[in-house]
Design a protein around this ligand. Structure first.
Ligand SMILES: *Cc1c(COP(=O)(O)O)cnc(C)c1O
Length: 455
């Protein structure tokens, strides 16, 4: 391959026509999802107050491929196929014999991969005659994506934004509002659960788990007017993101390369799933031996230090019980952790792949992440969102290991969003105000003690 090519583009006709559903290929099926009250397996009718039928069917589908509606592909054309780039200048800086490729999802209108699922979710709700969607947002990426997607389909968008983000990220709030979304800081006094959280702690800075509880309550009590949308974790959300990895496979073919290592950051697991699952399939079905590494913050070590047990998806215990790697649904992240990826749990699919030994996991401290992000942005000219800086830190570790071992390996990672709305975090890093932080074992033990005992 020519060493001068750094960008591998595809024509619009190469936008995938179907999503890949890993459930068809899992050696062991996913554990059942349980009702939070009865602890019995939930059926489609239990989920009907929250999601339209088409998405419930995708959630439990065992079909390997699901066709992408033409209306959705039409909107994907606004930014897809996204570029695959080779980080030649970063390779040089590190002096590594490794080839480093990255898929760049920051070219989407919302600035991250989240729009890949926001668009189909809005589409299926519109088709079902729903008036609007409720949701939560932490860093603000998901709220932005859903607000854009709802706007495309003429749906209302009601966003519960974790209070600390609402206060610290006024421009994220403003962009969601510019696209027409209604934003409320969570916990709020607009819901019963929000009022309960506030009664317990009037100074609460909120968490994703609390915001989910509020958004779910609004949808569940709306008499069918609103449904709820989640930006990560669920099977159908992870499946929508597989357009990323499918495109990357085609682009790497153009680059005449195949990855020895695929790396992504994990919060709920969706961007990681998006790039990784098509490569997991090649490992499972075609005997490839690619290492697949999920990277999380040391401040929220769900896979590496959490337990694989049934837990609630939200803080109030209204969402179904899912068997997943968890730090406990009452987990509240440290406010001085700047790198995102703060969800207490992990997608069932990712938890199961990890438990079956089909993927690896690692945690990295935040100073290494921001340090790596600066090396990356100064070489490649793109400011990464703080979340994928975790992937970058791991890429740099792997590239330096390749240098030590004199090995020419191919590394692929997902640069799932840009960091233009996250300059406060970079500012804190540049001013030396960030420090490393390991989530304390006592806090994990305390939250895990409240996890329900199932089976
Ligand atoms: C939401 C988000 C994440 C974390 O969510 P996942 O579902 O784990 O991908 C990571 N990076 C960016 C840019 C995000 O917007």
């Amino acid at each position: 391959m020519s060493d001068t090519i750094v960008r591998f583009d595809l024509p619009q006709s190469a936008i995938p026509t179907r999503w890949y559903n890993i459930q068809a290929d899992l050696p062991r099926p996913l554990p059942a999802v349980l009702h939070p009250g009865t602890h019995q397996p939930v059926g489609p009718s239990d989920l009907a107050p929250l999601f339209p039928e088409a998405l419930i069917m995708q959630e439990v589908s065992q079909e390997r491929f699901i066709e992408i509606p033409e209306e959705v592909r039409e909107i994907y054309k606004l930014w897809r196929p996204t570029p695959l780039l080779r980080a030649r200048r970063l390779e040089k800086l590190l002096g590594t014999p490794a080839e480093i490729y990255y898929k760049y999802e920051g070219v989407s209108p919302s600035g991250s991969h989240k729009l890949n699922t926001a668009v189909p979710q809005a589409y299926y709700n519109k088709m079902a005659g729903i008036q609007g969607l409720t949701t939560e947002t932490g860093a603000g990426q998901w709220g932005t994506a859903l607000s854009i997607a709802c706007g495309f389909f003429g749906l209302e968008c009601i966003v519960y934004m974790v209070k600390v983000s609402y206060q610290q990220k006024p421009y994220r709030r403003a962009i969601i509002q510019s696209f027409g979304g209604k934003v409320t800081a969570s916990p709020s006094d607009t819901t019963e659960t929000g009022r309960r959280f506030l009664a317990e702690d009037p100074e609460s800075t909120g968490s994703l788990g609390m915001a989910i509880s509020e958004a779910v309550e609004v949808a569940a009590t709306s008499g069918g007017k609103y449904k709820y949308a989640l930006g990560s974790v669920l099977n159908h959300v992870l499946m929508h993101q597989t357009v990323i990895g499918q495109e990357a496979l085609l682009q790497l073919r153009r680059a005449e390369a195949y990855p020895d290592v695929v790396i992504g950051c994990v919060g709920g697991g969706s961007n990681f799933a998006g790039i990784a699952l098509p490569f997991v399939r090649n490992n499972l079905a075609h005997g490839y031996k690619t290492r697949i590494i999920a990277v999380e913050p040391a401040a929220c070590p769900t896979l590496t230090r959490g337990k694989y047990v049934y837990d609630y998806g939200d803080t109030a215990g209204m969402a179904p019980l899912v068997k997943m790697h968890t730090l406990g649904a009452t987990f509240v992240p440290a406010p001085f952790h700047a790198g995102g990826l703060r969800y207490h749990g992990m997608a069932s699919v990712i938890s199961e792949l990890y438990d079956q030994g089909l993927i690896e996991a690692a945690s990295v401290p935040q100073l290494e992440c921001f340090g790596g992000a600066l090396q990356f942005l100064r070489s490649e000219g793109i400011v990464p969102a703080p979340e994928p800086s975790h992937a970058i830190a791991m890429v740099i570790r792997e590239a330096l290991k390749a240098k030590e071992e004199g090995q020419k390996k191919v590394i692929l990672f997902n640069l799932c969003g840009h960091g233009h709305f996250d300059m406060a975090a970079y500012d804190a890093f540049l001013q030396g105000k960030l420090s490393d932080y390991e989530y304390p074992q006592e806090a994990i033990d305390a939250a895990m003690a409240k996890v329900p005992q199932i089976g």
